[in-house]
Design a protein around this ligand. Structure first.
Ligand SMILES: Cc1cc2nc3c(=O)[nH]c(=O)nc-3n(C[C@H](O)[C@H](O)[C@H](O)COP(=O)(O)O)c2cc1C
Length: 324
C-alpha cells in the first residue's frame, strides 16, 4: 500500500502531489527587504526536494514589521519583482507548490540576526521603534513598544491586504497568515501580551478581532478562490495564556470565513517555559484542531521520521483523522 504521506491532497482549488510540507524558515538574507541570490538557491534546492508544499519564510507587510533588518518585506514593486523571480525559479525546477507567509513582528521586531546577538536593536544600532497591542515589552531589557492606535490598526489591515495582492501577482499559489510565535497577531490573541481595554482587548471575541479582520481584508484583496491559510500557536505554554481551546474556537471562525488550511505550531524555546520538547511534541495540538475543523491541518515539531509522519496523519488510536 502506498504510504499516505505520498498520496495527493486537495487544497482548495489545487492538488498537492504529496503531504510533505516545508515550513517557513527565515533566512535573514534580504537586503532592504528584497530577496537575493541566496533565496534563489535556497528555495530552488528545497523545491527540488519534491515536497508537496513549500511555505516561503515570514515576509513583513511593512518595514517595521520585520523581525530583523535582514528579513523580507513585500511592500514595493522591487520586492514584488524579486519574489516573482523566486517563484518562477521554483516552478521551473519542481512541481512543489510555493506559498508565502505574511506577517508582522510587532514587539518582537527590530532584533539583530540570530548569528549576531539576536537581541533587540536600539535605533542607534539600526533598529526601529516597535509597536504592539500594549506597551509591555517581550523582555524587560527590550525597548518599550508603542501601543497601536485604532487608526494604526486600520493601516496594519490595509498593509496585509496590499501585500497579499502583491503575493498573488508574484505567482504564489497561496498565502499563510502568520498568527503564531509571539508576533503581532499572536500578541493580540494572548491575554498575556494584550491588555487593551478597547474592542481589540479583553474578551476572547475582542482578542480574536484583529486576526479575523486581517484575514477578511486579505481575502477581499485576493478573492475567495485564492488559497489563504493561517499559522497559529496553539499555546503560550504559560498558565492563563493563549491555549488550544481558544485556538480551536478561532479556527472554527476562520474556517467559516473560508480559511483553506491551518498550520498548528506553538514555538518557544524559552527556558522560563516548561515545554516538553520531544518527538512530535506539538502534534496533539494539531490533532485537537483537526477535531474542530474540516480543512487540512499541518502538524509540526520534531517530526523527523517518515513512519512518524505517517502515524501523525493516520494514528492507530483514532483512524480517520485526516491530516496534511
Ligand atoms: C531557522 C528557522 C527559521 C524559522 N522561521 C520561521 C518563519 O519564518 N515563520 C514561522 O512561522 N516559523 C519559523 N520557524 C519555525 C518552523 O517553521 C517550524 O515550525 C519549527 O522549526 C518546528 O519544526 P521542527 O521541530 O521540525 O524544526 C523557523 C524555524 C527555524 C529553525
Amino acid at each position: 500500500m502506498q504510504p499516505k504521506l505520498f498520496s495527493p491532497l486537495s487544497l482548495a482549488s489545487i492538488t498537492l502531489p504529496n503531504r510533505i510540507v516545508i515550513p517557513p524558515m527565515c533566512q535573514y538574507a534580504a537586503v532592504e527587504g528584497v530577496a537575493q541570490n541566496w533565496h534563489t538557491v535556497h528555495y530552488g534546492t528545497l523545491a527540488a526536494s519534491g515536497a508537496g508544499l513549500l511555505v516561503v519564510e515570514a515576509t513583513a507587510v511593512c518595514p517595521e514589521g520585520r523581525i530583523s533588518p535582514r528579513c523580507l518585506i513585500l511592500q514595493t514593486d522591487e520586492q514584488e519583482a524579486a519574489l516573482a523571480k523566486l517563484v518562477q525559479n521554483m516552478q521551473d525546477i519542481a512541481p512543489t507548490v510555493p506559498i508565502l507567509q505574511l506577517g508582522h513582528a510587532g514587539r518582537k521586531a527590530s532584533c539583530d540576526v540570530p548569528w549576531g546577538t539576536g537581541a533587540c536593536l536600539s535605533q542607534e544600532a539600526g533598529g526601529w521603534q516597535t509597536v504592539a497591542p500594549s506597551p509591555e515589552p517581550m523582555n524587560t531589557q527590550d525597548t518599550q513598544p508603542l501601543p497601536l492606535t485604532l487608526e494604526e490598526i486600520d493601516t496594519v489591515k490595509k498593509q496585509f491586504a496590499a501585500s497579499a495582492l502583491r503575493a498573488k501577482r508574484a505567482g504564489f499559489a497561496g498565502i499563510e497568515l502568520h498568527g503564531a510565535h509571539g508576533y503581532l497577531l499572536h500578541q493580540f490573541l494572548s491575554p498575556l501580551s494584550n491588555t487593551r481595554t478597547d474592542q481589540y482587548g479583553g474578551s476572547l471575541e475582542n482578542r480574536m478581532r484583529l486576526v479575523l479582520e486581517v484575514f477578511s481584508a486579505m481575502q477581499e484583496a485576493v478573492g475567495k478562490e485564492f488559497i489563504l491559510g493561517v499559522r497559529l500557536s496553539a499555546s503560550d505554554w504559560v498558565e492563563g495564556g493563549w491555549d488550544v481551546e481558544q485556538t480551536a474556537q478561532l479556527c472554527q471562525r476562520l474556517e467559516a470565513l473560508g480559511c483553506a488550511f491551518f498550520d498548528i505550531s506553538s514555538g518557544g524555546l524559552s527556558t522560563q517555559q516548561k515545554i516538553p520538547l520531544g518527538a512530535g511534541y506539538q502534534v496533539p495540538f494539531a490533532q485537537r484542531i483537526k477535531q474542530a475543523v474540516s480543512a487540512p491541518v499541518i502538524a509540526v515539531g520534531l517530526i523527523t521520521e517518515p513512519t512518524q509522519a505517517e502515524e501523525v496523519m493516520y494514528p492507530r488510536q483514532s483512524r480517520g483523522l485526516e491530516m496534511l
